[in-house]
Design a protein around this ligand. Structure first.
Ligand SMILES: *Cc1c(COP(=O)(O)O)cnc(C)c1O
Length: 796
């Protein structure tokens, strides 16, 4: 589809009219809305064509279910993918309006917490670009991930009221609304030898879909993200007439709460009833939508699995499994075995973590009360599963207990997922091995072929051609522009890695991006940054397993060293952090305060502050990541080996030429494979060594007692930094240290010293940087989607 500039211009003017403003006097805000309305309309059109094509060819549809889609902004990426950026820039210039100012008017669609939600968003881009027939399904949270405000060094949370600016991208589809049933009870009866059950006295929540379109790059494909909004059904006249006022009113109050707000926990579950309601709401609405569409197209569900792949992003949408069973059994009259076969051939599941606190387990009584019919189906799945296992290894009741779906008055979502799906994948090579060897080992032994790996990927254009214009120009000059469509072409840049003219330009591109970040920080947080220091960056959710406190411990050590040796040679470094903590995560909030106190105390010492500084960027988000990645020189990926399933931040950094300073964890392992020892700085225990170390018994206090450097750094936390003491962090490190910070400290500090040494040889440094950029092609979401399409969804 080709749209002329004059057409686009007249459409923008028309939409300004709809907004009741004149082009001459319209604010940037109005221009943002008008341009977005035009782009949204183009996408709607493109999507219609694409869906018509899909329907006419009877292609399989992928439905990607996820409680989170961390979309960020839409205007810039859609213009880029539609190749309209320059046209729109020129049109706006005619009105004396600056396109980049318009971008700033858009709020982030923050419908997710971190990596898991961003992955889902990246996959919509990959699916569209690869031209697959796809829907993402999630919830239209009225409030997304909170806005973080740092007040006096402490995180405070403000509501994220994104809809006023974000809803231009939402396309309501009221005719596709469906009802979702909660609570009530099940009446069972026999008639003529047949068993029937009927759900009585349930309450109804109306699910109304709002579609967001995501264009593929240089492709006819468009992904639809269908977001469900919870509404109370038409007023409950019956209860009202019965005189049941509270019943009539109460239903509407609880209904709307369901899509009110995103739970702000990352890698941690909170067994709240509202969360379970959210999960079932997403699953029931989405399964109704998928089956309704299938019935419209084919008039039967017999071929459902042949035409549909449903993907479950972590266990959060597990209830889609029993919900499809319910539809097949109760609404379509299938027998159990036939229904179960369809279900198993339809679903696949991605595991995202091996940490216990993130494993979803629901209390059986709560589950039964909120979802009585779903509970019955899960119980029957479990009964048959246990019976099956008793036949295979009845002698091993312990194993059966571990694998059961219902046990100990709990519903174990991961076990249901693994049992009911045809494929289970981890998100990096190491992580996929760990799930086979550890969390799902019993299942792996029973069905080894079910397990596979798809290493994560990112919508790399967002962090390269859309965010780093200087680097993009250099790449175009050297390797042509094929890399924008095909990330594997980045490999061509490797032969320029040692070219000193190219290196000079690469260094300049980095300097430009560092300056842009420094400008932002000065304007936004009144903090000035030394752009000639190394930008060493750790941005991600705040979590003990990610070990921001290991980074802090090294900074304290640097600081103490400079206090002792103010005139010693020292390569200037700026340690940059950005991270939100879950509001109820005490230790994470303490670590934020620690970093802020360090920042202030060091800044007050003018002898040191030009060599060492700590910067805390408030409210880390997708949009901020687009500013930060191009400016980064060191990518801190320092989780305890075996805890970070993949990471995707690591990929964004590498793509922008930052050197990874990391453990052999998650996809750092693949990064290391690609660039080798010379181009990544590896430190710390391997995952295997971590296991061994735990087996022999890990005693952090012994390290504290025997290592004066560590002791001094921890003691400073106890005596106070910027007037604040940190007993809880210090004691956790000394006496518990669940993520083995002290065990990896020496190795980390050596690695940090190596960074400083390497940076002195800028030629070498720039070469390393170029090799990283050249190696980043593998981490494209286009590649990851192709892996899913072939290995798991069996498309084409
Ligand atoms: C990419 C991204 C993440 C994931 O970062 P990790 O370092 O992989 O944990 C989290 N939040 C935002 C805003 C991101 O863009």
């Amino acid at each position: 589809m080709n749209y002329s500039k004059s057409y686009l211009k007249s459409e923008i003017v028309k939409n300004l009219g709809t907004l009741r403003v004149k082009p001459e006097t319209a604010s940037n805000e109005k221009y943002y809305k008008a341009v977005s309305m035009v782009v949204n309309k183009l996408l709607e059109n493109k999507s219609k064509h694409f869906k018509a094509h899909n329907a006419s060819t009877g292609r399989k549809q992928v439905s990607y279910l996820s409680m989170e889609f961390l979309m960020g902004r839409s205007l810039k990426t859609n213009l880029h993918n539609l190749m309209l950026t320059e046209d729109i820039r020129e049109i706006l210039k005619e009105f004396d309006v600056n396109l980049s100012d318009i971008y700033e008017c858009e709020p982030d669609a923050g419908l997710g917490n971190g990596g898991l939600g961003r992955l889902a968003a990246c996959y919509l881009d990959g699916l569209a670009t690869r031209g697959y027939n796809s829907y993402g399904y999630s919830i239209l949270y009225e409030f997304g991930i909170f806005k973080q405000k740092i007040i006096d060094g402490w995180q405070t949370e403000l509501p994220d009221n994104w809809l006023p600016g974000g809803e231009v991208w939402l396309n309501p589809q009221p005719e596709l609304a469906v009802d979702v049933h909660f609570g009530g009870h099940i009446d069972e009866f026999w008639d003529n030898g047949y068993h029937y059950s009927s759900h009585k006295n349930y309450s109804v929540v109306k699910a109304v879909p709002y579609d967001m379109y995501v264009s593929g790059y240089n492709s006819t494909g468009v992904s639809v993200l269908r977001l469900w909004k919870a509404e109370s059904p038409a007023f409950d006249m019956e209860s009202f007439n019965r005189g049941d006022y509270t019943g009539a009113l109460g239903q509407s109050i609880s209904a709307e709460a369901i899509s009110k707000i995103l739970y702000p926990n990352d890698n941690h579950t909170q067994g709240k009833m509202l969360r379970l309601r959210q999960q079932y709401f997403l699953c029931a609405a989405s399964i109704a939508d998928i089956t309704n569409r299938h019935m419209r197209d084919y008039g039967t569900l017999d071929n459902f699995a042949e035409k549909n792949a449903i993907h479950i992003n972590d266990t959060h949408p597990t209830l889609a499994i029993p919900e499809l069973m319910r539809i097949l059994l109760d609404e379509c009259g299938y027998g159990w075995d036939q229904a179960w076969k369809i279900v198993r051939e339809t679903f696949a599941y991605t595991n995202h973590t091996v940490m216990k606190e993130a494993l979803e387990i629901w209390n059986e009584d709560i589950f039964k009360e909120i979802l009585p019919r779903i509970y019955q189906i899960v119980a029957e799945i479990n009964r048959r599963f246990v019976e099956e296992m008793n036949m295979c290894f009845g002698w091993d009741q312990m194993r059966i207990e571990r694998m059961a779906i219902l046990s100990n008055h709990q519903v174990r979502m991961a076990n249901l997922c693994v049992y009911a799906t045809h494929t289970v994948n981890g998100v990096s090579r190491l992580h996929s091995e760990i799930i086979k060897d550890d969390v799902f080992n019993d299942f792996y032994k029973m069905t080894p072929d079910k397990f596979t790996n798809v290493t994560n990927g990112i919508a790399y254009r967002r962090w390269l051609s859309q965010s780093n214009p200087a680097l993009t120009s250099l790449l175009k000059e050297t390797i042509g522009d094929g890399f924008i469509e095909d990330a594997s072409e980045l490999a061509k840049f490797k032969k320029f890695a040692a070219d000193s003219a190219v290196q000079k330009k690469l260094e300049q591109a980095k300097q430009t991006a560092k300056q842009a970040l420094a400008d932002y920080m000065l304007k936004k947080q009144k903090i000035s940054m030394n752009v000639d220091s190394i930008f060493d960056v750790q941005v991600k959710r705040m979590h003990e397993y990610k070990r921001q406190h290991l980074n802090a411990l090294n900074i304290i050590t640097d600081y103490l060293y400079l206090l002792d040796n103010p005139d010693a040679p020292f390569v200037p470094k700026t340690y940059i952090f950005g991270a939100k903590a879950a509001p109820g995560y005490y230790m994470a909030k303490q670590i934020i305060k620690l970093l802020c106190c360090l920042s202030e105390e060091i800044a007050r010492n003018s002898q040191i502050s030009d060599k060492l500084s700590v910067v805390y960027i408030e409210d880390y988000s997708v949009t901020l990541s687009e500013l930060i990645m191009p400016a980064s020189e060191i990518s801190e990926q320092i989780s305890l080996a075996g805890t970070e399933a993949s990471g995707t931040g690591n990929m964004k950094f590498m793509l922008n030429g930052a050197i990874t300073l990391g453990t052999l964890d998650g996809a750092n392992v693949e990064i290391h494979d690609i660039v080798g020892d010379d181009n990544m700085i590896v430190f710390g225990m391997t995952a295997e060594e971590v296991v061994q170390r735990k087996e022999i018994g890990y005693s952090p206090i012994e390290i504290y007692n025997s290592n004066p450097t560590i002791r001094r750094a921890i003691d400073l936390m106890l005596s106070g930094i910027n007037g604040q003491t940190f007993e809880d962090i210090a004691n956790s490190l000394k006496f518990n240290d669940p993520y083995m910070v002290l065990a990896d400290f020496d190795s980390y500090r050596k690695a940090q010293n190596k960074v400083s040494e390497l940076y002195l040889d800028r030629k070498k440094w720039n070469e390393m940087s170029a090799i990283n950029i050249a190696g980043a092609g593998y981490f494209s979401a286009d590649r990851a989607i192709e892996d899913y399409a072939q290995k798991i969804w069996k498309l084409n």
